[in-house]
Design a protein around this ligand. Structure first.
Ligand code: HMG
Ligand code: MG
Length: 302
């Protein structure tokens, strides 16, 4: 077995986790969540997004979130940016790095960012030049790697081609997004093995949503392929506004429990993380979707 000895968790809860919430969450609550996540030991936190607020109203206060959060040394506070305008807003707000997001399906690209895949890559090149001039690291997402909510099956060759283009333009790593959580372990393993033919495995991250309950198994399959970067969202919050019916991301608590069992280092304090998840769920009045958090609560009450 080829399991990594250490994994970097990219906590996407404050962005991917909250972007789909209909009720606008107070800025102070978002800030408190981010501070708690940093305190729990998470070293990469996607704290917000600089998209058009008419498209995703919940993220309209991201600049304020960045201004108010307490910076913990060693933590990278990242932001999503779809274009140069988003990049400039992110930079002004003080984001340490940005993430751009392409899709492996034309239909999803249109719904999510209102352009073709090719047009999006051209926009990203403009953003990338600005980022390189400012020495800002850029991460690249590819959505719908295991299936599209509008057009169904996705060709792995398309995923591989976009990944290579994003890396060639300067992204430091590629996050493979199963946006609607339809992938299975065999499919994910085959995809990563194919990508690893031309892309160094240490540049690949997995971003699993849990719609069909396969996220943890898919992550395990990715770990076995040597992937050592995992995106996850505290309390399993999340969903994409342009992927109706897709449920939340894999819960960070559940990932941490898995990694603990496998003896893989990650630097996160599970109890503090569970508290952060319970905090945000209380604030937004939602049940905690992490099985580990649920089990811990039952144990505490027993
Ligand atoms: P557009 O309407 O085609 O943009 O949207 P445009 O360039 O034609 O501009 C139209 C208006 O938008 C203008 O304002 C611009 O100034 C404004 P107006 O003149 O009408 O007043 N605008 C902006 N405002 C603020 N910030 C910006 C910005 N850009 C333009 N950055 C656009 C194109 C990409 C902006 C839009 O489609 C958009 O914001 N999409 C974002 C959708 C989104 O956030 N989706 C969720 C995140 S992706 C995700 O969740 C998947 C992921 O988790 C991975 C996975 O799970 O697979 C990452
Ligand atoms: Mg996502």
């Amino acid at each position: 077995m080829n399991l990594p000895s250490r994994v970097r968790i990219v906590e996407v809860g404050p962005r991917d986790g909250l972007q789909n919430e209909k009720q606008i969450i107070p800025t102070a609550t978002k800030v408190q969540l981010i501070n708690q996540l940093a305190d729990a030991g998470l070293q990469t936190i996607e704290a917000g997004s600089f998209v058009n607020p008419k498209w995703v109203a919940q993220m309209a206060d991201s600049a304020e979130v960045f201004h108010q959060l307490t910076r913990k040394p060693g933590v990278t506070y990242a932001a999503l940016a779809p274009n140069l305008q988003g990049f400039e807003r992110a930079l002004t707000a003080g984001a340490d790095e940005v993430a751009i997001f392409a899709a492996a399906s034309e239909a999803f690209s249109q719904k999510n960012i209102n352009c073709t895949i090719r047009e999006s890559l051209t926009r990203f090149e403009t953003l990338m030049h600005a980022a390189q001039a400012q020495n800002i690291a850029v991460r690249g997402y590819i959505s719908c790697v295991a299936g599209c909510p509008y057009s169904g099956d996705v060709d792995v060759n398309t995923v591989a081609q976009i990944a290579r283009e994003l890396l060639a333009m300067g992204c430091y790593e590629i996050s493979l997004g199963d946006t609607i959580g339809v992938g299975n372990a065999g499919q994910i393993k085959a995809m990563i093995e194919q990508l690893a033919g031309t892309i160094p495995i240490e540049k690949l991250a997995v971003h699993m949503h849990n719609t069909y309950g396969q996220a943890l198994v898919n992550i395990y399959a990715a770990l076995e392929c040597g992937v050592s970067i995992i995106d996850s969202s505290v309390a399993g919050l999340g969903g994409c506004p342009y992927a109706v019916g897709a449920s939340g991301n894999v819960a960070t608590e559940d990932v941490v429990y898995l990694l603990n069992g496998l003896g893989i280092e990650h630097g996160v304090d599970l109890n503090k993380l569970i508290n952060a998840g319970n905090f945000i769920c209380e604030q937004i009045n939602k049940p905690n979707d992490s099985k580990v958090a649920q089990a811990s609560l039952r144990k505490a009450l027993a």
